[in-house]
Design a protein around this ligand. Structure first.
Ligand code: PRX
Length: 652
């Protein structure tokens, strides 16, 4: 194993912040007794949370069971996620806004859906899905932008026990197709088109690639843009027509706690994205309590998580978490810069957002654009700030804290992953402390450790690998769709099958608090989005001019990291600007815009081990002028000097 990389911050700038008495007073969790109690008996702790937080149709028979590397929570218990997000709120919160939807264009009116209205539409669409032949356990592919129908679709699937697989709408049609093929979705849900920065995106055209997959029987099309689309007879159906004729009552199907709620495909170290499996009972327990505790949500809060629904943050904190606690949440269709960089703050002002959750890449971008955009709006309603997706640097943390939070809103830095389903390391708002660049404490009832290469716990201040020990967090993934080998190899092989390996480097800041330093595998975080080197290389290698390629991250001021591609061309092909453009657009078409190489470097060879494995680590170091490791083990050590020259490496 290689050492995790640690980016040091200036220690003299580091401060520690604690909650005010008011914050403690209002918080669901206000003293650190909760950590101590949970640690005494984590299983009993989670059992109490599951009982207190969720409505169960049938109680469980056993709290926890392990058959490494598999584990189960709340065995035999039955519940429904859609019921927990909707029905149980109807009596007390039926007329409370569940979703405040803000369209991309500021000239279009927002749409508010109360819990009652959302419940009605979910029931109607659940009935429609049944009519289309969807049964319990069937997969449904969802490819929609941030419109209320995406949430309706997810909850409608959950209601009838179907498994949803949401694919980020900015991904390519090819990406959607790969995911639909992998899980053999029977129905896909998409829209005619939508507008991005005022420009029409014809999503249906892209989605048709997936709709034509063998497993797909029906494609449901939401009318959003109003563009002309070709509807295929017998396959394509309009969402609004289905809703118009569907009944508004649909009983929520009780599901065993360990049955699959959804799949979410994410990048690993191989070319093919893997379908992370999340269950119903454990996932929802963690989604409910982390939403409540981390953001300290109360009935009068207006909560906004800016993540797209295509990512795990969107699933847990822009759907299941806030709706299961009965919150009012803002859902915004567009980008942060449309029509100008003040858009987010105008939304905060318009709806009085009190809890705001975003990513460091967005924070850095706002910081760069200047405070004038913020000063135009009254954002004093904000009382709590959240961040997620990558380590936040000192400067961005302070800017967020002071400029957006006015120095009064704590910054809740939440560490987690697609695989963990919900946050796992964070400071809690009523307990603290809030320390710039330090994520915080393992959530009560979860056991994190930081291990060295030999599997021994590291000492304070030393970096190691972040792992979790049993009992595993209830929201942790339960498998990889159709690929148990990948599940075992990726998460349960580094330290044996009783230790969950996160692939992140970390260190103890003090006895309780953890600082996460970033990925230690070949996975990048590009503007907070997860992207594997292998995935981009696969796309590149299918280009007819390319023999082989290596993709590595390069630090970027705003996006955190950007992909850089080293490319070896076929013998008779000369590098050219046109070729470069063609290669970039091929990657964009195959994966989506996030994966576009920021820079292409044509080379005559790549550094390789004797067994032929590309040593990306050398390329990474050359790119950032870092000291290079021992090159003698390479099959072709001379390549290193050549690459240094091509890139313009300065240090020795
Ligand atoms: O490296 C960690 C980083 O994001 C990775 C997980 O990415 P993804 O599955 O896309 O999920 C992102 C949203 C939950 C982690 O392995 N990461 C996430 N949050 C933080 C973080 N790194 C440091 N601090 C965080 N708060």
């Amino acid at each position: 194993m290689k050492s995790p990389k640690l980016v040091e911050v200036d220690k003299s700038k580091k401060h520690i912040y604690w909650p005010t008495p008011d914050m403690k007073e209002r918080a669901w969790a206000g003293t650190d007794k909760i950590y101590k109690d949970a640690a005494k008996d984590p299983k009993a702790f989670w059992a109490k949370l599951a009982q207190d937080g969720l409505d169960w149709e049938t109680p469980w028979k056993k709290v926890y069971e392990e058959k490494p590397p598999y584990f189960k929570w709340f065995l035999g218990g039955k519940l429904n996620a859609s019921y927990n997000c909707l029905d149980r709120h109807l009596k007390e919160r039926g007329n409370k806004a569940a979703i405040i939807w803000e369209p991309e264009s500021p000239n279009e009116k927002p749409r508010v859906l109360t819990y009652k209205q959302l419940h009605r539409e979910v029931c109607q669409f659940a009935n429609a899905l049944k009519k289309l032949g969807i049964q319990k356990g069937d997969r449904v592919g969802i490819y929609l932008p941030m419109i209320p129908e995406v949430i309706v679709s997810m909850l409608a699937c959950a209601r009838i026990g179907a498994i949803h697989s949401v694919v980020f709408s900015a991904f390519s049609g090819e990406s959607f197709r790969t995911r639909v093929d992998d899980c053999k979705a029977k129905v896909v849900i998409t829209c005619d088109g939508y507008s991005r920065r005022g420009k029409p995106i014809e999503l249906k055209k892209q989605a048709d690639l997936a709709s034509s997959a063998k497993s797909v029987k029906k494609a449901v099309i939401v009318k959003r843009l109003g563009n002309n689309v070709d509807m295929m007879d017998g396959r394509d159906v309009w969402y609004h027509e289905l809703i118009a004729e569907a009944k508004a009552e649909c009983k929520a199907q009780p599901m065993e706690a360990n049955s699959t709620l959804f799949l979410l495909y994410t990048s690993g170290t191989t070319g093919k994205p893997k379908g992370v499996i999340h269950d119903t009972g454990g996932y929802l327990t963690q989604a409910y309590w982390t939403t409540l505790f981390d953001f300290d949500l109360h009935d009068n809060d207006v909560y906004w998580c800016t993540a797209d629904i295509g990512w795990i943050t969107g699933h847990t904190y822009a759907c299941y978490g806030p709706l299961s606690v009965g919150a009012t949440m803002v859902v915004y269709e567009g980008g942060p810069d449309y029509p100008d960089w003040g858009r987010f703050w105008s939304i905060v002002e318009k709806f009085g957002v009190s809890v705001f959750y975003t990513a460091p890449t967005a924070i850095r971008m706002f910081k760069k654009m200047g405070d004038k955009w913020i000063k135009k709006h009254d954002i004093s309603s904000i009382r709590l700030l959240g961040t997620v997706g990558e380590p936040i640097d000192n400067e961005a943390w302070y800017w967020y804290f002071k400029t957006i939070g006015g120095g009064k809103a704590p910054v809740i830095d939440t560490w987690w992953q697609t695989e963990t389903g919900g946050t796992l390391i964070t400071a809690l708002p009523g307990i603290g402390p809030f320390i710039p660049t330090v994520a915080g404490r393992p959530f009560p009832g979860t056991i994190a450790e930081i291990l060295d290469d030999m599997g021994k716990p590291v000492k304070k201040g030393e970096t190691g690998y972040l792992v979790f020990k049993p009992p595993f967090p209830p929201g942790l993934l339960r498998g990889v769709w159709n690929n148990s080998k990948k599940y075992r190899d990726t998460y349960w092989s580094e330290y044996g099958n009783k230790t969950y390996f996160t692939a992140d480097g970390a260190k103890w800041h003090d006895k309780h608090n953890i600082r996460v330093t970033g990925r230690v595998d070949d996975v990048m975080k590009v503007a907070g989005h997860r992207l594997s080197s292998a995935e981009v290389e696969d796309a590149l290698n299918s280009h007819p001019a390319i023999i082989e390629s290596a993709v590595v991250p390069k630090p970027d001021e705003i996006r955190g990291q950007v992909p850089v591609a080293f490319i070896v061309l076929k013998r008779d092909i000369e590098p050219s600007e046109d070729l470069q453009k063609g290669i970039v657009s091929a990657v964009k078409k195959e994966i989506g815009p996030t994966a576009k190489p920021h820079q292409i470097i044509f080379v005559k060879g790549l550094p390789k081990t004797r067994s032929g494995k590309i040593m990306r680590r050398f390329l990474k170091s050359i790119l950032v002028n870092e000291k290079l490791g021992d090159a003698t083990t390479l099959q072709n050590p001379a390549i290193v000097d050549y690459l240094k020259e091509v890139v313009g490496y300065k240090k020795k």
